[in-house]
Design a protein around this ligand. Structure first.
Ligand code: GCU
Length: 662
């Protein structure tokens, strides 16, 4: 009896127990090879550099294929951090200009091993789309994370530099495996104390761990640091004393971290100090820091997320402040621009600043952490959102000037190019709170490496690496992931609606929100403008004319109600409730339809996932199942709240086939 039970137990549990996990191994689930395999082939490297040796070690431990020769060859400079892989006579040859290229090639080979049955012996050449592929951590020195939904910060500031968590290495390895080569450790709302010597020692400890994995450390800095740390009377960038303070500080940083990357700066934005406090421009502030960093090869990423409660439409303000400064920035300054003109909404048009500054290096900032997409409770695969921005044509230098091309170095081949995203990583065992949120970290890395990859390709890769290669599982999981971001748009803010979130925490709906005496541009009605006639923000030439900030023909398309893509209609237009949509429905009916569709999509996600129970290990199956339940409930909450509220303006019935509000 016992024997039989034992047999049954193994039969049932074994197929997944080998990979039975709680998500802590991310997409890195390779199993070490046996001694027999290891002795059958060799992995040789032509350099003793620590990163090259790491590449050799990864392959020695996990590679099941034929022998490999890893070569660093500086003559291959055009490869940058990329690599070439060729297959001949039963052996593989990898060439890279830099040791880190070998490490990336090692992960490429392991990815192939885990995801494709038989590796195609055609030569491979990979050159990254962006030079700097960087995560922005909004981690505070007290261990909390602004807009973080996966537990507290990974960085244990009180323990560093003496105690080193093993997760620091795991973090570096995970990033290296997807090509991420840089990280900003601290929040853009920066504490000046990060530049204290005691903290810099801690930063050094992290940088030392990340270095072999090819990851450079950057810091967010507070513009008032000279005042707060050393009592200077002000932080005016035109004063010599202030400039000298930064020069000395930068020197100190480089003494500790010789490959330090540079500074990220949020200035004169949401209450942060900046050069405008002294009547100076963003360029004057950025250039002062750039000059201090220049001798060491460092850069400044200066954020364009600026707006204030003036009469000007918030969506226009960054453009108005930055475009006049186009020729004023040093060449080691990159202006870091959020993908859309407001703030990481479920859907925004691309930011009109992209392509509008011809002489200034620009980089995109995405948000991986789901501040506006249901935190770590909702499954929203974000590659389609990232792609939507990268593939948008700005027409900045004629057709084909996509956001990707404006930022990837095509416009400024001699300067470094970069792409950033706000991380969703915390100390949760599965790193990101939701098991599927790991896919967004993965997708960002893969797109930063090669922005031409498709969302679907990345999803498929991630599923195979993170779960397994069973065809049914891959198909069904893709059917959940691929429409998931659009589902969030549907049940939260369809047709171009935006920022109707509950005040401050941004989780649920609050389109009615009105804080007496609060800033108008932080109130939902500022964005939806619902009234008895219609709904939406008039950003045409009869309104704020934000549409006019785009190049032709985009300005005309967005500015014309009949040409504007319907998924952005209410972003650019105030539209009557009875307006006929392309479907033949009225705007009100269409709105009802979208909210309802969103709810139904989340139910379908639940059903599809339930069917996969025997394809996934129990811990992850149950964790995802319970999160999908929350998502479906929240979707209904969004639909009911928004439709019932907007109904008070349009005074029209909810169509009969739409599920009743509860
Ligand atoms: C959003 C977010 C803030 C963050 C800011 C920024 O407004 O809610 O928490 O500080 O973006 O990007 O600077």
């Amino acid at each position: 009896m016992f024997r039989i039970q034992l047999f049954v137990f193994f039969l049932y549990v074994w197929p997944f127990s080998a990979r039975s996990e709680d998500g802590s191994r991310l997409w890195l689930r390779y199993d070490p090879v046996s001694d027999v395999v290891a002795q059958r082939r060799t992995v040789q490297v032509n350099q003793k550099h620590e990163t090259a040796l790491l590449a050799q070690h990864e392959l020695n431990t996990y590679w099941r294929g034929t022998s490999i020769q890893l070569n660093v060859d500086q003559k291959e400079a055009k490869l940058k951090e990329g690599y070439r892989i060729s297959f001949s006579a039963g052996a593989i040859r990898v060439t890279a200009a830099r040791p880190v290229g070998l490490l990336y090639a090692a992960y490429h080979l392991l990815r192939l091993q885990e995801t494709v049955g038989e590796i195609d012996p055609l030569p491979i050449e990979e050159i990254p789309s962006y030079d700097i592929r960087i995560l922005n951590h909004w981690d505070n020195l007290d261990g909390s994370i602004e807009r973080g939904y996966a537990g507290r910060s990974l960085w244990k500031w009180t323990e560093l530099p003496d105690k080193i968590s093993p997760r620091y290495t795991e973090y570096a390895r995970a990033n290296a495996s997807i090509g991420i080569n840089a990280t900003v450790l601290n929040n853009v709302n920066a504490s000046p104390y990060i530049l204290n010597t005691a903290y810099l020692e801690k930063v050094r400890a992290l940088a030392d761990i990340f270095r072999p994995y090819g990851i450079r450390v950057y810091l967010s800095v507070n513009f008032s640091s000279p005042v707060i740390l050393d009592g200077l009377k002000d932080a005016d960038p035109s004063r010599l004393e202030v400039q000298d303070w930064w020069k000395k500080k930068v020197k100190e940083v480089y003494k500790l971290v010789p490959d330090f990357g540079g500074f990220l700066v949020k200035a004169n934005s949401e209450g942060q100090p900046g050069p405008q406090d002294y009547g100076r421009t963003h360029a004057e502030g950025a250039n002062m820091l750039a000059d201090a960093l220049k001798p060491f090869g460092g850069i400044v990423m200066w954020r364009a997320f600026v707006y204030s409660p003036t009469s000007e439409d918030r969506a226009k303000q960054a453009y108005l402040e930055f475009v006049p400064l186009d020729k004023a920035f040093r060449d080691n300054v990159i202006v870091q621009i959020k993908n859309g003109p407001i703030d990481f909404q479920p859907r925004e048009p691309f930011n009109p600043l992209f392509g509008a500054m011809q002489h200034t290096s620009q980089m995109v900032e995405f948000q991986i952490t789901q501040e506006y997409l249901g935190f770590s409770n909702h499954l929203a695969y974000l590659a389609p959102l990232f792609k939507e921005t990268l593939d948008s044509d700005t027409y900045g230098r004629g057709a084909g000037s996509t956001v990707a091309k404006v930022t990837d170095g095509t416009w400024h081949p001699k300067r470094v190019s970069a792409i950033a995203a706000v991380a969703n990583i915390g100390e949760d065992r599965n790193w990101t709170g939701h098991d599927f949120a790991q896919a967004n970290w993965y997708a960002f890395g893969r797109l930063a490496w090669r922005h031409e990859l498709s969302s679907e390709q990345i999803a498929e890769e991630w599923i195979k690496l993170t779960f397994h290669t069973d065809e049914t599982f891959i198909r069904s999981t893709k059917e959940i992931m691929m429409p998931s971001r659009e589902a969030v748009v549907n049940y939260m803010m369809p047709l171009g609606l935006h920022h109707i979130f509950a005040f401050d925490h941004h989780y649920g709906p609050e389109p009615w929100g009105d804080r007496k005496g609060g800033r108008a541009d932080w109130m939902p009605w500022y964005y939806h403008n619902a009234d008895s006639i219609g709904i939406g923000f008039n950003r045409t030439d009869t309104g704020s004319d934000a549409a006019g900030q785009y190049h032709a023909p985009i300005a005309e398309i967005y500015g014309d109600r009949t040409l504007c893509p319907e998924n952005l209609l209410l972003w650019f237009h105030h539209v009557p409730w009875d307006y006929r949509m392309r479907s033949g429905r009225t705007l009100w009916e269409e709105l009802c339809e979208h909210y309802d569709r969103g709810v139904k999509q989340t139910r379908r996600f639940q059903e599809s996932w339930d069917r996969l129970e025997h394809h996934v290990d129990q811990p992850r199956f149950l964790a995802v199942q319970s999160k999908l339940k929350i998502q479906a409930k929240d979707a209904m909450w969004w639909k009911d709240a928004c439709l019932l509220y907007f109904q008070t303006f349009c005074k029209k019935p909810i169509p009969f086939h739409i599920e009743r509000p509860i």
